[in-house]
Ligand binder design. Structure first.
Ligand SMILES: Nc1ncnc2c1ncn2[C@@H]1O[C@H](COP(=O)(O)OP(=O)(O)OP(=O)(O)O)[C@@H](O)[C@H]1O
Ligand SMILES: [Mg+2]
Length: 642
């Protein structure tokens, strides 16, 4: 990601030396960059229209509490000026601030060239773009911080301990923030690479990102675990937050990408009312405002979005935005896997997938496919899952899955999570097991923004407002706490006790063997009327069972599946593909009849691949027509919309 051209809205405040604001101007299309002059000073450049302002940096104060929302304040007391940045792509802003801070720290270590020396200098004048952060920069800052720590007597001679004698909490607390950042970056980058090179996306993910950044309407798909949601989070981080709306078809999936549900954004209720009524609903001032402000609409788990709903959305967007282009000119970034869960069937109506809608044909410009599976590393398991995805069940697939029935996946008293086809079963299993545990239950009640929105928060939140736990309760983490320690969303554990010294918070042992007291954390949910709802709660949920529907999008440690009541195409695939490994999976009653893929979806994917092959090989339709049309009539072939 190019870090050194931060386009955003900025308010420039000229201040007195005591900080009083003398003058304030707001610029919508400002751009900040960092540069060096002939004395190696770090220069902050601000471009407003044709004007360029330059500020050599010495003392900088950064307020970054809302950096994830694309906002920050940079104060330069030496220059009596401060900049309030907003609508910055969050990831870019973070990189920019890190670079500015680290480069300045390094310069402080080397020492500034004095004004006197500058006056005497005969160096030719020059200004050049600053280089990206390197490992050397980080090491310099790391060393400086360590020295500062020593100086500030945090390591008193008496209390001095070797690092490996500390427990993990100590390590986290002792490391200053900069060192933690440095560590993280050290892990991400190879030793000789600039640290801010695009680090963690693979080639195909980067291709999607670059199509998105070119403003194309993109649909990207791929099997379960190919990193679609992972990539979406990067895409969200690269777009201006005020104009970007991240949504998903379900509350849980929306929570994975820090967004809201598509229905909540659309503001047209269930979308089943006649079009005129939907338009009326969307014409309410607050809803209209959101539609107008949205330039980039992101939708995850598109497979569960109903095609008719998608069509209505498209018309509503055009009408409300008074713009005839598809979706009223909004850029669409859509992802999901149509071979996973389909839209919920509505009575006698025939199910319509999104790709069967007129809006889809009109709007989607580029189709891309991620092929590298990241969730599972075992090639054999990946192969089994690929067959299931396509509704195939050759012998090696059924043999492999049947063999898992013998798997002993219980460890450290942590039982496998049962994935259920029906929600009622989930509640029943969890409550039954909890009740049967001896001891008093401990209740954890969330702190929500406003009890009035409890239902809405319940729908969006991955954790309940009232969480009842007991010693021995099977639990699952609902948020990434420490990726390196394996404390990620979906990680399985068991409650070992309640820490009296810590407000009675639950002490949980995880499969990795790590034992941690789980503290409440805050979730923020954006809803359509501009409100930000929050819930503060212990990030745990009961995990004897969860529904397959809610598991879509998740990565799970140890799962047990009974497929006998599967009723949807794709349901078995979603369930099985949550497991990270065959060792962490137990299929109780495998029956090849429960492996089903929707023929319409298969046809859609077939066409998609056909189209990609044509593009890749550059073959002309005319010369190679026969090779591609084995499954299609000529008519059908020419109807291909790719
Ligand atoms: N480039 C990457 N580098 C490291 N890990 C990755 C990368 N891409 C994906 N992952 C990891 O792979 C796992 C699966 O990713 P993710 O949940 O985004 O897949 P998905 O395609 O959205 O799956 P599903 O279809 O089940 O929703 C996650 O643990 C994620 O962190
Ligand atoms: Mg996903």
């Amino acid at each position: 990601m190019e870090f050194n051209n931060l386009v955003c809205t900025t308010s420039v405040e000229e201040t007195t030396s005591s900080g009083n604001v003398l003058k304030k101007t707001v610029h919508r299309d400002a751009s900040f960059s960092l540069a060096r002059n002939e004395f190696r000073d770090v220069i902050l450049r601000l471009n407003i229209g044709k004007k360029e302002l330059r500020y050599p940096l010495r003392d900088v104060k950064i307020h970054k509490k809302f950096v994830r929302d694309g906002k920050a304040t940079i104060s330069l007391p030496d220059h009596n000026v401060q900049f309030m940045l907003s609508n910055c792509p969050p990831d870019k802003l973070i990189m920019f601030l890190k670079t500015m801070h680290t480069k300045l720290e390094c310069l402080k270590k080397k020492g500034f060239v004095s004004e006197r020396q500058k006056l005497k200098s005969e160096l030719p004048r020059m200004i050049q773009e600053i280089s990206p952060l390197t490992m050397k920069d980080l090491q310099t800052v790391h060393e400086m911080r360590a020295k500062e720590m020593e100086k500030s007597n945090l390591f008193t001679p008496k209390g001095k301990r070797k690092r490996n004698e500390m427990d993990s909490d100590d390590k986290e607390n002792v490391a200053p923030k900069e060192v933690k950042v440095a560590r993280k970056l050290l892990v991400l980058a190879g030793p000789s690479k600039p640290v801010l090179a695009p680090v963690s996306l693979n080639k195909e993910q980067n291709e999607v990102l670059s199509a998105v950044m070119q403003g194309k309407n993109v649909f990207f798909t791929g099997s379960a675990g190919t990193g679609k949601s992972f990539l979406l989070r990067r895409i969200i981080g690269a777009l201006p937050p005020q104009h970007t709306v991240a949504t998903a078809s379900t509350g849980i999936a929306a929570c994975h990408i820090g967004g809201t549900t598509l229905h909540s954004f659309a503001g047209i209720g269930s979308g089943r009312a006649p079009l005129e009524q939907c338009i009326e609903l969307a014409s309410r001032p607050q809803v209209t405002q959101h539609w107008k402000r949205c330039h980039h609409l992101i939708i995850d788990e598109i497979s569960m979005v109903d095609g008719d709903f998608f069509d209505k959305l498209e018309t509503v967007a055009r009408v409300i935005r008074l713009n005839d282009r598809p979706f009223g000119g909004i850029q669409l970034i859509v992802c999901g896997d149509f071979l996973q869960l389909p839209p919920v069937a509505r009575g006698k109506y025939k199910r319509k997938f999104c790709f069967q809608s007129k809006a889809w044909q009109k709007a989607i410009e580029i189709n891309m496919e991620l092929k590298e599976v990241r969730r599972q590393s075992d090639k054999h398991f990946v192969n089994v899952l690929q067959n299931i995805r396509l509704g195939r069940c050759p012998d090696f697939v059924s043999n492999t899955l049947r063999a898992t029935a013998q798997n002993n996946i219980e460890k450290h008293d942590i039982l496998a999570t049962r994935l259920c086809t029906h929600k009622d079963d989930v509640d029943h299993i969890n409550q039954f097991h909890l009740k049967n545990l001896p001891g008093q239950p401990q209740l954890f009640i969330s702190t929500d923004t406003d009890p009035v929105y409890e239902k809405q928060i319940d729908f969006l939140s991955p954790v309940p407002g009232k969480l009842e736990l007991k010693l021995g309760a099977q639990v699952m983490l609902a948020k990434n706490l420490d990726v390196q320690q394996g404390l990620v969303s979906g990680a399985r554990g068991v409650v070992l006790g309640f820490d009296k010294g810590n407000e009675g918070l639950p002490l949980v042992k995880f499969l990795s063997g790590t034992e941690v007291v789980i503290k409440p954390i805050r979730w923020t949910f954006k809803v359509n009327n501009g409100l930000q709802l929050t819930r503060k709660q212990v990030p745990l949920k009961l995990a004897w069972a969860i529904s397959i529907h809610k598991s879509q999008g998740m990565t799970l440690d140890c799962v047990e599946i009974s497929l006998s009541r599967v009723f949807e195409s794709g349901q078995s695939y979603v369930a099985l593909s949550r497991a990270k490994s065959l060792e962490g999976l137990r299929v109780l009653d495998f029956d090849s009849r429960c492996i089903r893929a929707d023929p319409e979806v298969l046809r859609f994917y077939h066409k998609l691949q056909l189209h990609q092959r044509i593009q890749q090989t550059g073959w002309t339709l005319k010369n190679n027509f026969d090779k591609f049309t084995t499954n299609y009539s000529t008519d059908e072939y020419f109807k291909l919309n790719f």
